[in-house]
Design a protein around this ligand. Sequence first.
Ligand code: PMP
Length: 403
Amino acid sequence: MPTHETSHAPSHTSRCAAAIPLNPLRALFPLVARDGMLSFANGHPSPDACDHVGLAHAVDCAKDDEMSWRYGPSIGDPDLRPQLAMLSDVEPDAIVVTSGSQQGIDIAVRSALNPDDCVAIPSACYPAVLSVLAANGQRPIAIAEDEHGVLPEALHDTISSSAVRALYLTPTFGNPTGRVMPRARRIALLEICAQHDVLVIEDDPYCDLWFETPPHDTFVALARVVNRNADVIALRSASKSVAPGLRVGWMVVPDRLRGAVAAIKQASDLQTSGLAQRTVFHYLSSGQFDAWLPQVRALYQERQTVMIDGLHSAGFAPTPVDGGMFSWVKLPSGVNPETLFSNAVKQNVLFAPGISFASDPTNQSLRHHIRLCFAAQGCAKIKQGCKRLGQALAESSEAQNHD
Ligand code: PMP
């Protein structure tokens, strides 16, 4: 089973590059590519969720649009920024267009933090954040969580004992747990961060994918109404709701950081692709996005229902989430996670082991969870995959009984 390791780098590699941990999810790619493998491991949106017709029309408009082919402002296309501002319910000046929210994380960190600064991150965390922090020389500190997310007392204790400059979170349908942090918890964390001058980096690529009701107030919105001293950078993305290959995301940046963010974006890549930005602009202008998104939500909701049923029949006890793409499932007691993983691979089904998301690799408690993406496969494959998981679980329990 792949684990956190640091890549072995030749001597001419920078210290930061050498410190980047191998991404445990990327290490699964060879298994994903195996013939007959049914994978719930990757967090990739479904090709069925892509509005091919609407996007083809938008690409047609973009290809005939001279704005697609020019250099443009580093902070983003002047027509697209107001549209994104509406989606985030902020003023257009706050928007910086990025190449996916992954670049948003990088730019946030490089604009607001120095090497050696500490960043508080949830104990179960999107692994590519560790890569960004290592690449820029910051130190991650894992903060304990309960079912509502990062614990305010734990954050407070950590801030009191180390030089924490930022808190990174995915509070809405987060990766890996799929859960939504309740409003009261958000406010408690925001207050602590405001009090200690800690920047909140709210990574929010899944917020559009709600099933029945839109999610709670974002940290950005709460900062406006609850504590104006709080600094929040929010990161959004078109990857999960439009198409990941476009590589269009955006940042909502507080006033005092706008100059730094614009400078880092410019230093990084001058601007996000003009063709991609104009495609998103034409897609949003056409009204097709508003018409299509409810279908994506319904598709993923149905897939979650099928997966939850299948997992129950297979002997797991999953809890449904209210949106997003992930099911975070605790293993039945007595099941050895590594045995289950290798039995699942033998059965040609793949999940992401919980330990892949440990922000502190010495924290073994996440071993007893697995993350399953219900978004990427159709219902028939989900049923089949759950049967295979059931078989793997039965074999793992039998193996356990013979130990
Ligand atoms: N943040 C989180 C929490 C993610 O799960 C992902 C993608 N899996 C990203 C950022 C990067 O997404 P994008 O395609 O927008 O760069």
